[in-house]
Design a protein around this ligand. Structure first.
Ligand SMILES: Cc1cc2nc3c(=O)[nH]c(=O)nc-3n(C[C@H](O)[C@H](O)[C@H](O)COP(=O)(O)OP(=O)(O)OC[C@H]3O[C@@H](n4cnc5c(N)ncnc54)[C@H](O)[C@@H]3O)c2cc1C
Length: 406
C-alpha cells in the first residue's frame, strides 16, 4: 500500500526497537555511517539484565564501534579464560583465550549488565543515535514506502516513521510474536535459576575474572561470574524435566550448587545480595529474519543457551551484519530482502550460530571435561576449541569448522 509520509511525524532512516547490546551496536554502526537513527528502549536504565559474561570474539566489534576504550576503562574485570569443573571427578579443563587461533583476542570482560547496557547505549547516543527512553514500541505498520511506528512513554502515544525497522527486542521477539514466526527450540528446553552474591571465592591474580562452569548431575551446570568489586553472579541451569524449584528457590540454588564439591568450596563464604530469578523457555528461533523493510537482530532473531556465553556476541555480530544489509539496501535504493541480501544475512548469521549449537550439543552429550582434557593435548584441537569457546565462530581458518567437527 502506498501511503505518503506525514510531514508532521518525525522521520528517521532507521528505527531500532530495543536498546540492548544488539540494538546499540547496530545503531552505532549506522549512525557512524551518517544515517539518522532512533533507538526506542522501553526500560529506564540502569536495570538488571541477565547475560553477564562477554566473549573475546566481540572485542573487535567494540573496537570498530569505538566502544572498547569505555569497556576497558577499569570499570569491568578482564576475563582471560573459562574453566569447566566436573562434579564427579573434580577434574578441570581450562581454556586460556590467549591460546586461540586469533592471538589478537586474548580476553573479554565480565559485566554487570545494568552498567554495561547503560554504557553501550550511551555510546550509541554519543555517535549520533537519537534515544527515546523509556518508550515502548506498541505497533509497527509496514507500508510499501516506509514503516509507521507507534510508541508510548506511558503518558502519551506518538507516531514516527522510518525507511527500515530493526527488531532488537531480545527474547521478547516483538516482530516474531506479531508475525507468529517465533519457534521454541525444544532440544534446549532448560530452566535457569540465578542471583548475585558477595563472598564467593575468587581465583588468584590474572585468573580472578575467569568464568567457572561447574558440571552437575543430570546434565545440570552452574556458572560463577565474578564482577569488579565484591559481587559475583551465580546461577544454575537444568532441563525443565528435572527442575524441582519449590517455594524456597534460594535454598534450591544452594543445594544444587553443593552437588559439586569444587563449586561448594567457591560458595563457602557466600551471601546472597539479590532476589533469586528463574527464567525458562528461553531458547527460540524464527524461520524468516528479514523482510522488505524489517530485520531482526540478536535474541529477537535467535537465542540458544547460556552455556558458552554466546548471547551478547551473537547479538552484536547480528547488529553489525544487519547494519551492512541496511547500508547496502540504501545504496541500491532497494528493499532489505532484495538481491538475495536477506537470505545472505540469515545464512551468515546462522553459520556461526550453528557452530555454537554444535558445541552446546557436545557439552550436553556429557563427559565434556574428560573429553576436552584428552582432545586439548593435540595442539590443533587446543587452538580450535579455545577459539570456539572464545566465540570466534565466524573464523573460517578453524579446522574444526573445515572438518565439520563443529
Ligand atoms: C540464563 C541466561 C544466562 C545468560 N548468560 C549470558 C552470558 O553469560 N553471556 C552472554 O553473552 N549472554 C548471556 N545470555 C544471553 C543474553 O542475555 C542475551 O543474548 C543478550 O542480552 C541479547 O542482547 P539483545 O540486545 O539481543 O537483547 P536484550 O539485551 O534483551 O535487549 C533487548 C531490549 O529491548 C527492549 N525492548 C523489548 N521490547 C521492547 C519494545 N516493544 N519497545 C522498546 N523496547 C523494547 C528491552 O527492554 C531490552 O532492553 C544469557 C541468557 C540467559 C537466559
Amino acid at each position: 500500500m502506498s501511503v505518503p509520509l506525514n510531514p508532521n511525524v518525525k522521520h528517521f532512516d532507521v528505527i531500532i526497537v530495543g536498546g540492548g547490546p544488539g540494538g546499540s551496536t547496530c545503531g552505532t554502526y549506522l549512525a557512524k555511517a551518517g544515517l539518522s537513527v532512533a533507538i526506542f528502549e522501553r526500560e529506564s536504565y540502569p536495570r538488571f539484565h541477565i547475560g553477564e559474561s562477554l566473549l573475546p570474539a566481540t572485542m573487535p566489534i567494540f573496537k570498530e564501534t569505538g566502544f572498547y576504550p569505555k569497556l576497558n576503562s577499569g570499570k569491568y574485570i578482564e576475563k582471560f579464560g573459562a574453566r569447566f569443573v566436573d562434579y564427579q571427578t573434580d577434574d578441570e579443563v581450562y581454556f586460556g583465550f590467549e591460546g586461540g587461533l586469533n592471538r589478537e583476542i586474548p580476553s573479554a570482560f565480565e559485566v554487570e549488565r545494568k552498567h554495561f547496557d547503560a554504557d553501550i547505549l550511551a555510546h550509541a547516543v554519543e555517535t549520533g543515535v537519537t534515544l527515546h527512553q523509556p518508550v515502548r514500541v506498541k505497533e509497527t505498520i509496514f507500508h510499501d514506502s516506509h514503516v509507521s511506528v507507534v510508541a508510548s512513554d506511558g503518558e502519551s502515544v506518538s507516531e514516527y516513521t522510518c525507511k527500515f525497522l530493526v527488531d532488537a527486542t531480545g527474547r521478547d521477539a516483538f516482530l516474531g510474536k506479531q508475525m507468529k514466526t517465533r519457534k521454541p527450540n525444544f532440544d534446549l528446553n532448560n530452566v535457569a535459576v540465578f542471583a548475585h552474591f558477595t563472598g564467593v571465592k575468587r581465583n588468584p591474580g590474572k585468573h580472578e575474572g575467569d568464568i567457572v562452569i561447574g558440571l552437575l548431575p543430570e546434565k545440570a551446570w552452574t556458572w560463577i561470574i565474578p564482577f569488579k568489586g565484591e559481587t559475583t553472579s551465580v546461577g544454575m541451569v537444568c532441563n525443565s524435566s528435572v527442575f524441582k524449584g519449590g517455594a524456597d528457590l534460594g535454598q534450591y540454588l544452594m543445594d544444587t550448587l553443593n552437588g559439586s564439591p569444587r563449586v561448594a568450596e567457591y560458595m563457602k563464604g557466600a551471601e546472597r545480595t539479590s532476589e533469586v530469578t528463574v527464567i525458562s523457555n528461553y531458547s527460540h528461533t524464527t524461520d524468516t529474519m528479514v523482510g522488505p523493510r524489517w530485520i531482526m537482530a540478536g535474541d529477537a532473531a535467535v537465542f540458544l543457551d547460556p552455556i558458552f556465553s554466546s548471547g551478547v556476541h551473537v547479538s552484536c555480530t547480528s547488529g553489525k551484519l544487519a547494519s551492512n544489509v541496511i547500508l547496502d539496501a540504501l545504496k541500491s535504493d532497494s528493499m532489505l530482502d532484495a538481491d538475495g541480501r536477506g537470505a545472505k544475512y540469515q545464512e551468515d548469521l546462522l553459520r556461526g550460530v550453528k557452530r555454537f549449537h554444535n558445541l552446546i550439543g557436545m557439552f550436553y552429550e556429557g563427559a565434556f571435561v574428560a573429553q576436552m582434557k584428552k582432545t586439548l593435548t593435540l595442539k590443533n584441537a587446543r587452538e580450535g576449541f579455545t577459539s570456539a569457546v572464545a566465540g570466534d565462530m565466524w573464523n573460517e581458518e578453524n579446522f574444526l569448522f573445515q572438518k565439520n567437527v563443529l
